[in-house]
Structure formats: structure tokens, C-alpha cells
Design a protein around this ligand. Structure first.
Ligand SMILES: Nc1ncnc2c1ncn2[C@@H]1O[C@H](COP(=O)(O)OP(=O)(O)OP(=O)(O)O)[C@@H](O)[C@H]1O
Ligand SMILES: [Mg+2]
Length: 155
């Protein structure tokens, strides 16, 4: 199942991320897909806010993974854009990492076979100069429920 959310401004994208961040628990995986500049890092920043991360979440151009301390969970923020070899991701042992916190991955399509099978997927797309559409899809029962709860209208 999936639902599409309209995000006319970066603030709306960040708020959606914050909402998702508050719903996450240890072991959760969120994949962020979309073109350059679509807003994946903005969404990740919102997720960080929802997790209570206070350090600024930066786009990690030269580092594949950054780690942040949240209120109760750690945030592992990976950006695979510059990945040269999917083997590099295998070395990160994502499944083990995620047990200690929440894993958020930008450009998951760079290493599709290394991504956990069950995950929440956000597809961001341009919808005009500033506006974006964000499609939230849950793969697996846990994430289907999460996707429903991430909808702005739901409680
Ligand atoms: N509705 C919107 N939602 C999110 N970002 C927006 C929106 N409108 C404008 N922007 C701008 O678009 C840019 C998105 O940048 P961001 O770094 O989040 O993209 P990205 O998808 O992570 O790109 P990359 O593939 O380079 O990592 C920011 O400068 C942000 O201010
Ligand atoms: Mg980014």
C-alpha cells in the first residue's frame, strides 16, 4: 500500500519526516529515493528531529554513513550516491547496525541487493519549482502500518 503526500515547501517535507521519526523504533529501516535535490536530506533531517537528534544532519558527500545520537535511538544516515562498489555496503553490515537504532538510506538503488527486504520507502519527486510529491510505501506488515500512520491526516 502507498499514499502520496503533497509537500509545497521544505517545511512540509521536514514535518513529514518528523512525524515518521516519532513513529520509528530500533531496527527500523527507511529508504529515501528520488532525483538529485528532490529533498531526501530534508526528509532525513525531519526524521532526525522526530528522533530528538540535536546535531545538524548534513548531506554526507564523501562519507557513506553518518551516525547521530537521538533522544533514545541512534540514527544511521547513509548516502550511497557516490558508492563505487555495492560491496562497500555489504561491509557496513546494515542489518546489525539497524538493531542499535534507525537506518535511513539515501540512494538505496545504488545497492538494491544490500537493502533490508522490509522497509519504509519514501519516493520524492519534483512537482513544480518548490513543490514535491512524497509517496510513502510500506514493505512488510510493520511498515505498511507505519506508512498508514505517517499520513498527515491519521492520528
Ligand atoms: N517541498 C520541498 N521539499 C523538500 N525540499 C525542497 C522543497 N522545495 C524546495 N526544496 C529545496 O530542495 C533542496 C533539497 O535538497 P536535499 O539536499 O534535501 O535533496 P536530496 O534529495 O537529498 O539531494 P541529493 O540527491 O543531492 O542528496 C533543498 O535546497 C530544499 O530547500
Ligand atoms: Mg541528500
Amino acid at each position: 500500500m502507498s499514499n502520496i503526500i503533497k509537500a509545497p515547501t521544505p517545511g512540509v517535507t521536514r514535518k513529514l519526516g518528523e512525524r515518521i521519526g516519532r513513529l520509528l523504533r530500533a531496527g527500523d529501516v527507511v529508504l529515501l529515493s528520488g532525483e538529485l535535490g528532490a529533498g531526501k536530506t530534508v526528509l532525513a533531517q525531519g526524521i532526525g528531529r522526530g528522533l530528538g537528534v540535536t546535531d545538524p544532519i548534513k548531506s554526507s558527500s564523501f562519507v557513506i554513513m553518518n551516525e547521530y545520537e537521538g533522544a533514545t535511538l541512534r540514527l544511521y544516515h547513509a548516502d550511497l550516491y557516490r558508492l563505487e562498489d555495492p560491496e562497500q555496503v555489504a561491509e557496513l553490515a546494515l542489518d546489525e547496525l539497524a538493531e542499535k537504532g534507525v537506518l535511513v538510506v539515501e540512494w538505496p538503488e545504488r545497492a538494491p541487493n544490500e537493502m533490508p527486504l522490509e522497509h519504509l520507502l519514501a519516493r520524492l519527486a519534483y512537482d513544480g519549482a518548490k513543490a514535491r510529491t512524497i509517496e510513502i510505501e510500506g514493505v512488510g506488515a510493520r511498515y505498511e502500518a507505519l506508512a498508514r500512520r505517517a499520513e498527515p491526516k491519521s492520528k
